[in-house]
Design a protein around this ligand. Structure first.
Ligand code: SF4
Length: 115
């Protein structure tokens, strides 16, 4: 069994967003998360490394990422007040992109904490 090692992985479990994690994975699971704290280790080790789902879905059917991006762009372009929502487990850079997208669309931003 070969191990896949990923250096400088980002943990998005808490707001610290440590980006120097070394992950070791076999074909199914992440088996080691070096440099992660106890919370980060638990988070990574409970994720599978196997691909359980296709890379993208459109209306529940498998699609390519390019097709899904095109479809999402069409939906967002047709929306009158698009909501960019979530962002709880993503990096600061991804949050910046999400806010920029909302600005370009004339939409609004909200996070899951508003629940
Ligand atoms: S490794 Fe620990 S401190 Fe770092 S982002 Fe993950 S949970 Fe937070």
């Amino acid at each position: 069994m070969s191990l896949n090692i990923v250096n400088n992985a980002t943990c998005t479990f808490c707001g610290c967003v440590c980006d120097d994690i070394e992950l070791h994975a076999d074909e199914e699971r992440i088996i080691e998360a070096k440099k992660a704290c106890v919370l980060g280790k638990a988070w990574f080790l409970n994720h599978t490394a196997e691909r359980l789902y296709p890379e993208a879905l459109i209306d529940g059917k498998e699609a390519t990422v390019d097709e899904a991006v095109e479809f999402a762009a069409e939906l967002l372009d047709a929306a009158t007040t698009p909501l960019v929502y979530g962002m709880s487990n993503i990096t600061c850079e991804a949050q910046r992109e999400a806010v920029g997208l909302a600005e370009r669309l004339g939409g609004v931003v909200d996070s899951h904490t508003s629940l």
